[in-house]
Write a protein that binds this ligand. Sequence first.
Ligand code: SF4
Length: 161
Amino acid sequence: MGSIYDKLNFSMHNPPQFLYIEITPECNLRCKQCHHWMLKESDNSLKTEDKLNLIRQFHKMNKNGEVVLTGGETMSKIDEFFALTSLCRSLNLKSAANTNATYISEEIVEKTLVQGPGAFVISLDSHLEHIHDYIRGVITHPINGWLDGCEPSQRRPISFS
Ligand code: SF4
């Protein structure tokens, strides 16, 4: 049986540049503009091992490609999250992940530096905490909460665009 990429008719001469993997459709926030938090993951969803195999197949096609982890909230399945990013690192594949940053703690920051993705895309709805939380539907303490997860010596600059 061929790989999913054979079925999609990609070839070694025309490989996909990105592989997007949804870790879970579920999310712990309640954003007003989003429906993800109403979703439940299906029993038929790909399992961690299936996703690891997809990454291995993707790597065979394009060693310069990039794996993007999406959700829902990617870090709500933290074991799967780090299993996938660790594999990307071991294969020397670029990786990035979307997150609402609510699971970030000192322990997660330390693990991320060693096993995590090369880049995070963190969503922030306002520089004013109460507006961000109003849109998110949950009190999240953005920015200060993210920084509270890090000792001052471990903090890295965060740039927003
Ligand atoms: S954090 Fe993202 S996935 Fe979660 S409810 Fe908000 S917009 Fe949707």
